[in-house]
Design a protein around this ligand. Sequence first.
Ligand SMILES: [Zn+2]
Length: 120
Amino acid sequence: MSKIEFDDEEKLREFLRKCWRSDPWWDEEIIEHERAHFDKAKELGYNPRYLVEYIQGTNHEDDGIYQFIQAFVKHSSVSDKDLLAICLAPKDLSKGDIRIAKRLGWKPEENNYVLDGSLK
Ligand SMILES: [Zn+2]
């Protein structure tokens, strides 16, 4: 398992281009989603970074190497309010975003987010 960090999107993209040179693949939707977290964190005065992580699947159905792209903030004192704002920045929230937001007291039913049925 390896993790690689990047200061900005350009460096992230440069890395992805090198990795996938012969068979370019990465998901623009993922990058857009992570950019929303990244930009919100920056706007709030934090120093966000992108992270690419490779994880080996563990069960026989998923035994490939998986690539994850994430934005994250390396800061010991992110306030709950800021973390919630960063969490809710993308238009389409991931299950992970929703899980963290709920832990921070967010109630989806009080907001206008459209969630898919499986998340209720
Ligand atoms: Zn997210």
